[in-house]
Design a protein around this ligand. Structure first.
Ligand code: PGA
Length: 253
């Protein structure tokens, strides 16, 4: 069985005090756990502070964003090289909030993917359909389009050891997760699509689900064959909630 990866996506929330306490708590609770990987994605300015708490085992730092350049005159940006410099292991790219609010298109996300791989940071590539696409049965096709653009630009070898997060836009932050059969079907088809290019990669790739994951639905979702972890927003913000979610997953292992 693949080691599941659970990521807390803090988005634009938290402060130094809250995040420090949160990560200390997480560290005390899960420092020695071997069968689960946990990552925390705080607002970027807190990454370096949290680095001092997490140690080097199974709790990792994740960036919520990265620029397409390594350095230069790009005011306000953070590069993959800098993230690597402070020990970041994962970076979320293609999140629907960036696709929508920042107009990041397939090509742009593909450049981010490239720069992360070059700098040895694991991309967590978010894909997912909007409500219109869901209703018209285009969930799988939308996800495949988002993935195929990167495969076409960079090649399947770039997908070795990366993470894909299936996040239907209509399920994010709504309190209504997609149902488990739907998620399993999409995950299975993503894996099947990748298999056409490389069997080994398709078998080893971690496919997370994200969108209103909570204490009550996480076990049911995790029992699905092709769900290998979760990208969690709202339900990760409160430490006891997040710990219970991880405990629930551990009970399934
Ligand atoms: P949510 O967010 O858990 O609050 O739905 C998930 C995400 O956007 O990654």
């Amino acid at each position: 069985m693949k080691i599941p990866l659970i990521v807390a996506n803090w988005k634009l929330n938290g402060n130094e005090n809250i995040l420090t306490k949160y990560v200390k708590n997480l560290y005390n609770k899960f420092n020695n756990v071997k069968n689960i990987n946990i990552a925390i994605a705080p607002p970027i300015i807190y990454l370096n502070i949290l680095k001092k708490i997490i140690g080097k085992k199974n709790i990792f730092l994740c960036s919520q964003n990265v620029d397409i350049h390594e350095n230069g005159s790009f005011t306000g940006e953070i590069s993959a090289k800098m993230l690597k410099d402070i020990g970041v292991k994962y970076s979320i790219i293609g999140h629907s909030e960036r696709r929508n609010f920042h107009k990041e298109n397939y090509e742009y996300i593909s450049k981010k993917f490239n720069i992360l791989i070059k700098n040895n940071i694991t991309p967590i590539l978010c894909v997912g359909e909007n409500i219109k696409e869901y209703i018209s049965n285009k969930s799988i096709q939308t996800c495949i389009n988002q993935i195929s653009c990167i495969i076409n630009n960079l090649g399947i070898k770039f997908f070795k050891n990366i993470v894909i997060a299936y996040e239907p836009i209509w399920a994010i932050g709504t309190g209504h997760a997609a149902n488990k059969e739907h998620i399993q079907k999409v995950h299975k088809n993503i894996r099947k699509y990748i298999k056409k290019y490389d069997k080994k990669i398709s078998e080893s790739i971690i496919i997370q689900y994200g969108g209103s994951v909570n204490i009550d639905n996480v076990k049911d979702l995790f029992f699905q064959k092709d769900i290998n972890g979760f990208l969690i927003g709202k339900s990760s913000l409160e430490i006891n909630n997040f710990i219970s979610i991880i405990n629930n997953i551990q009970e399934c292992l």
